[in-house]
Design a protein around this ligand. Structure first.
Ligand code: SR1
Ligand code: MG
Length: 405
């Protein structure tokens, strides 16, 4: 019998079954457990355990000591504590939008939570050209609640500083600082650029001094602006979805940073789906692209609307009521949102961590064109972030970038 109480080790499927039987108080004593490792992210092991008799199921997610994508990334399994604690907090701040956590285990660095197998990973669903008309409504409620309610506008400042300490996440932040803000903008050996796209990247990204300067400013904004408790990796692979339900998962990159980081990630990843649709759909392509444009537009505009309403309802900070401050604060978030949309669009094309929406375009010339569209839009979002404020501004940048190729 394995010992799950003294020392950490990485589990396989058999271990996870034994773990459930010995440590978890979830299944009946006579349960017939099966287990499958279903993780397809870059970092962790995700075990789905099912009692074949009752069909009751749970997820056990374990943090390994190195990233799955490359063992160059050595990561403290403490990220599992951060993930468990933020999920519990988000469960209160944005009810219905995250899975329920049943247990966090600091020895095995794993977290047992609700199984969402009736949902689908959103990136996969978008690649199958499915539509989710409620997503913009859901994700903006999730973001405005989790971001504004963890800021100094609402939280008592000493309480917020305690939370900042608790969610200090140096190793995962370092990954973002390197992979999002630094490596894509020079010829870094760890980058992974498609051959046909390389000369475009050299000319339009690596040789653009103004762009590089802007990314430097943005990197320091990311590292120093402890504005809100972020999810920290809010791409469409971190969303489980079905027609009437949206659940945000995988918040292990959580820390206090600029609120626009989460919003920009959502928008960029819908843009990947849009560009992918252009090259992969034969019938009803425009209909699907229009649906994605509407989602992008609605997310920006609904976020703004809900932010202003929630501010009026929940602000506790004295100066929050000064005339013009709310609009000034929102303006800062919108600038960061546009910039991060651009950074994410660039880094997923140039850097080590790609997105399936684009890598699955098998026709070489189409993939290169798709990548150039993402880079063109990405660069514009970064450079023109001061003027990109409404949903329609996003759609304009994306449409104009598509028209160039
Ligand atoms: C080493 S981790 C690479 C990427 O995967 C995660 O989901 C984050 O997006 C990270 O940048
Ligand atoms: Mg993840």
């Amino acid at each position: 019998m394995r010992d799950f109480t003294s020392a950490y080790f990485t589990m396989n499927e058999e271990d996870a079954i034994e773990y459930a039987k010995i440590v978890l108080d979830v299944f009946d004593a006579d349960a017939e457990l099966t287990c499958k490792e279903i993780g397809d992210g870059n970092l962790n092991y995700v075990f789905r355990l099912v009692d074949e008799k009752t069909k009751k199921s749970i997820i056990v997610k374990q943090a390994g000591p190195v990233a799955r994508i490359s063992d160059e990334f050595k990561l403290s399994p403490d990220r599992n504590r951060i993930e468990s604690e933020i999920l519990e907090l988000q469960y209160k701040l944005a009810p219905g939008f995250v899975p329920k956590v049943y247990k966090y285990d600091p020895v095995m660095n794993c977290c047992t939570m609700e199984d969402l197998s009736d949902h689908q990973i959103m990136r996969t669903a978008l690649m199958q050209h499915k539509k989710f008309p409620l997503f913009a409504e859901h994700i903006t409620t999730f973001m405005v609640n989790t971001l504004l309610l963890t800021s100094d506008i609402v939280l008592e400042h000493k309480e917020k500083k305690e939370l900042v300490k608790n969610f200090t996440n140096p190793e995962l932040c370092e990954i973002t600082e390197d992979l999002v803000y630094t490596e894509p903008f020079f010829d870094c050996p760890r980058n992974d650029v498609t051959e046909g796209t390389r000369s475009f990247v050299e000319e339009h990204i690596w040789n653009d001094e103004q762009l590089k300067l802007e990314t430097a400013k943005l990197k320091f904004e990311f590292m120093t602006n402890a504005q809100s408790l972020l999810h920290g990796d809010l791409h469409t692979g971190s969303v489980f979805i079905k027609e009437d339900s949206t659940k945000v998962i995988d918040p292990e990159f959580a820390f206090f940073g600029p609120a626009g980081y989460d919003i920009g990630n959502v928008l960029a990843n819908l843009t990947f789906a849009y560009v992918s649709a252009k090259y992969t759909i034969e019938n009803e392509k425009l209909d699907y692209m229009n649906y994605l444009e509407d989602s992008i537009r609605d997310i920006v505009d609904l976020y703004k609307e809900k932010f202003l309403m929630l501010w009026d309802e929940k602000a506790t900070e004295k100066v929050a009521s000064y005339k013009g401050f709310k609009e000034f604060y929102l303006d800062g978030i919108l600038k960061d949102t546009a910039a991060v949309t651009g950074l994410e669009l660039c880094r997923r094309i140039i850097g080590i961590a790609h997105v399936k929406d684009i890598t699955s375009i098998s026709h070489e010339e189409y993939r290169v064109n798709a990548e150039k569209i993402c880079l063109t839009a990405g660069k514009r979002f970064i450079l023109n972030r001061e003027t990109i404020k409404d949903g329609s501004d996003y759609v304009k940048v994306i449409r104009e970038s598509v028209e160039m190729f």
